[in-house]
Design a binder for this molecule. Structure first.
Ligand SMILES: *Cc1c(COP(=O)(O)O)cnc(C)c1O
Length: 390
């Protein structure tokens, strides 16, 4: 028996990586300190006070007054599923605007909750125009339109101007994935007339993965209240969760209290910086990265006008084994960058500058490594000149 289980292990010894991929991103040291505190009870009055602080700060970073704003226990995908599970009734028409991997996931989820799923699609690297969105709304008359604001698989930012107005015109709810935009890219839920949104803890918010911020406005609440049957997912049922997060404080599940300690600190740091300043910091560090990459002769997959500040897709130059170079960065320098996903597999690297990692020293470090060490990964026949960046 004794050889079936390994009983002797050394203490955990994870390296300090610099996570410049599509997520997770590095957590802020202050957040890590908060996570290591002794837990308190999830119904302790002090914890209940902290819950209110987290809700208030989430409303601030999302620029919304939505009463129903809570961190779901689970990652971004759990919060994504919460929006679908609470909104979709069997047979509801749901339109998903797909321009990358996460749009596909939304369509998959909506189908599992027995929506009548319709899609409009764009190639990976493009965004939707208002005319394209309106044509979809006209054709499918959906009850919910699902859009990904920051498509992490392609590095595209969807312009939001006017989409909320169209949804109101066609009597449809607007559901927005803000997983790679919250805390990093201008995001104004109420001004944009967004009815439902979700995010995660490990990208723009500088926390480890584990929480999925969720918010729902009054039009979405009305649809939830008018449901003919129960929400078909007990864990993510917002009407039950609201009895814990609302004034009743009824036990639902044991909140991951330490994750919420971390979330509180991450949001406090963002509020201290000022959300507009955080947006500007992400923008300027990404512009520094883009300029540096281009001066090295590297090509960016997405044109400037719809390029996402948190995630940059860089085309792997001809003759370079992209995977070998990213493995080299990880093994030799402890730096993680992502590879391509789906339609972009093998074609791009994905470089993330999110939350605490959006700093000029990280940009310069990566640019220097590309300049000095990428040439060795190019085969001679198709060598692309690598110039001087920094
Ligand atoms: C990361 C991501 C998700 C999924 O979040 P998880 O925390 O991995 O579950 C959803 N949408 C987008 C746009 C993402 O980048």
């Amino acid at each position: 028996m004794s050889d079936r289980h390994r009983l002797s292990l050394g203490p955990i010894a994870t390296p300090d990586r610099l996570l410049l991929g599509p997520g997770p991103s590095n957590a802020h040291p202050t957040v890590l300190e908060a996570l290591s505190r002794m837990p308190i009870g999830h119904l302790d009055p002090l914890y209940i006070e902290l819950m209110g602080e987290v809700q208030e700060l989430l409303r601030y970073v999302w620029q919304t007054d939505n009463r129903l704003t809570i961190p779901m226990s689970g990652t971004g995908s759990a919060a994504m599923e919460a929006t679908i599970a609470n909104m979709v009734e069997p047979g509801d028409s749901v339109l998903v605007a797909i321009k990358g991997y996460f749009g596909l996931r939304l369509a998959d989820m909506a189908g599992r909750y027995r929506a009548e799923v319709h899609t409009i699609e764009k190639p990976w690297g493009e965004a939707f125009s208002l005319e394209e969105i309106e044509a979809g709304l006209k054709q499918y008359q959906p009850k919910v339109l699902a859009v990904v604001h920051a498509e992490t698989s392609t590095g595209v930012l969807q312009p939001m101007e006017g989409i909320g107005d169209l949804c109101q015109k066609y009597d449809c709810l607007l559901l927005l994935d803000t997983v790679t935009s919250l805390g990093a890219v201008p995001l104004k839920l109420d001004e944009w007339k967004v009815d439902l949104a979700y995010s995660c803890s490990q990208k723009g918010l500088s926390c480890p993965p584990g929480l999925g911020p969720f918010t729902m406005g009054p039009r979405a609440e009305a649809k939830l209240n008018a449901r003919s049957g129960k929400v078909p997912n007990w864990y993510l049922d917002v009407s039950l969760l609201n009895q814990y997060w609302g004034s009743n404080r009824v036990y639902h599940h044991t909140a991951p209290v330490n994750m919420n300690f971390g979330m509180r600190e991450a949001l406090r740091l963002l509020a201290e910086e000022g959300i507009e300043n955080a947006w500007a910091r992400h923008r300027s560090n990404s512009e520094r990265l883009w300029a540096g990459l281009e001066s090295l002769g590297l090509e960016l997959h997405v044109p400037l006008e719809r390029r996402l500040p948190t995630l940059t897709t860089v085309r792997i130059p001809e003759g370079v084994d992209g995977k070998a170079f990213s493995q080299h960065l990880l093994n030799k320098h402890g730096i993680e960058v992502g590879g391509g996903l789906g339609a972009l597999a093998g074609q791009v690297w994905r470089v993330g500058l999110m939350g605490h990692n959006s700093r000029s020293e990280n940009v310069d470090l990566l640019l220097n490594l590309l300049e000095q060490e990428l040439p060795a990964f190019q085969n001679q026949a198709s060598a692309v000149p690598v110039g001087a960046a920094v």
